[in-house]
Design a protein around this ligand. Structure first.
Ligand SMILES: [Zn+2]
Length: 373
């Protein structure tokens, strides 16, 4: 039976469940970070997206139609935060698909999906191995054969495979290559055997590395185009959360330490100027300041993370812009929205949360006027 109280509770929870799902996905990594003593990383991820502001918008052409757009949030931007990686992947998917659309407007192209690997190594050698892989890719892309055949690329680094044995790490690249439509019939065509030979040479190894290349073709029984599926496949790669938390403490520490400041995505050729990877990494909210003509903001909804979900703590009608609310004069959130919600415990990270770095990405106006029940 639904009591009045639980009805109120249900109404006040964020309907867009993905934010809560990703935040909860961080629990394992937070526990692991705490266990191995990564206090700063733990504080960052624990404090990520505890505060979400949505812009509720109305369609002026059809007033019954409304939508929500994320407008502000305190994202941590940590490499291994599930929420921030989800936002980054959305950005990369969007940027890639837009870039491919503009390229296709100019010329007729096809796409290849290339996987380049090296023998598994230990987590202690991760950084050195990735450096070697990157240098090898530069050597490969500077060969005449590559330059003649390939117009551009998007490259993603993955460091753990699905079946990587315990104690090992499997750094490898997944790459989308852009070629002319005529490539498959041209003398510039590179077979898998040729790619393998070129990669072995670039890697400067005495064994045959595993290389896979396939043409990206429309997928059967899928609503996605072939290119969309390839983009989603390549953009999702970095470090699988579930694989990472399964690693021993020592390996986990090595992976975190050795991937600091490591770049997981890169572009080249005709794709280079079309994608801003820095923006994909940093701008985790893409709410357009100027709404499209038919959408108008009617109110802001402010959600806070309490007891395992996002709870609506305040609505602000759009005319009451946040900047117009005087400091220290903020009305408490409506009681019916929060009366069955327990305020979060003090997590002891206030020093960090008061640091400049923590505030970097957050709208200070909102923080200054933060309402805590
Ligand atoms: Zn985060």
């Amino acid at each position: 039976m639904i009591t009045k109280n639980s009805e109120t509770h249900l109404k006040s929870i964020l309907k867009e469940t993905k934010h809560a799902e990703h935040k909860l996905m961080n629990n394992d990594i937070i526990i692991k970070m705490r266990k191995v003593g990564f206090v700063r990383d733990n504080a960052l991820i624990s404090g990520c997206s505890t505060h979400l502001v949505f812009s509720k918008q109305q369609n002026t052409q059809n007033p019954n139609e409304t939508r929500r757009r994320l407008k502000d949030a305190n994202f941590c931007k940590h490499r291994f935060c599930a929420t921030c990686n989800w936002r980054r992947n959305l950005n990369i998917n969007k940027e890639l698909l837009e870039a491919f659309t503009t390229i296709e407007a100019d010329r007729s192209v096809s796409y290849l999906f290339l996987t380049l690997t090296i023998k598994n190594t230990s987590t202690e050698d991760l950084k050195a191995t990735v450096k070697h892989l990157n240098q090898s890719f530069v050597r490969l892309s500077q060969t005449k054969a590559y330059k003649k055949a390939i117009l551009g690329h998007f490259k993603a680094l993955e460091i753990i495979g699905d079946k990587t044995p315990a104690g090992e790490i499997h750094p490898h690249f997944h790459i989308i290559l852009i070629v002319n439509k005529s490539y498959f019939q041209s003398r510039n065509y590179l077979s898998q055997a040729k790619f393998t030979e070129m990669w072995q040479k670039a890697l400067r190894v005495d064994y045959t590395p595993i290389v896979n290349v396939k043409r990206i073709k429309p997928k059967k029984n899928s609503n996605l185009t072939a290119l969309q599926s390839a983009v989603f496949e390549v953009a999702k790669y970095s470090v699988k959360h579930t694989e990472l938390t399964k690693k021993s403490d020592e390996e986990f520490v090595n992976i975190i330490e050795q991937t600091r400041r490591m770049r997981f995505f890169s572009t080249g050729g005709i794709l280079k100027k079309k994608i801003n990877l820095m923006k994909c990494d940093e701008e985790l909210i893409r709410c357009k300041k100027d709404l499209e003509a038919q959408w108008v903001e009617i109110e802001e909804e402010i959600y806070k993370w309490y007891g395992g979900d996002f709870v609506l703590v305040e609505r602000r009608k759009s005319e009451e812009h946040i900047k117009d609310i005087p400091k220290n004069d903020v009305a408490p959130p409506p009681l019916d929205d929060v009366d069955d919600v327990v305020p979060p415990p003090d997590d002891g990270f206030s020093d960090y949360q008061n640091s400049d770095e923590y505030f970097e990405s957050i709208d200070l106006d909102i923080i200054d006027n933060e309402c805590i029940p």
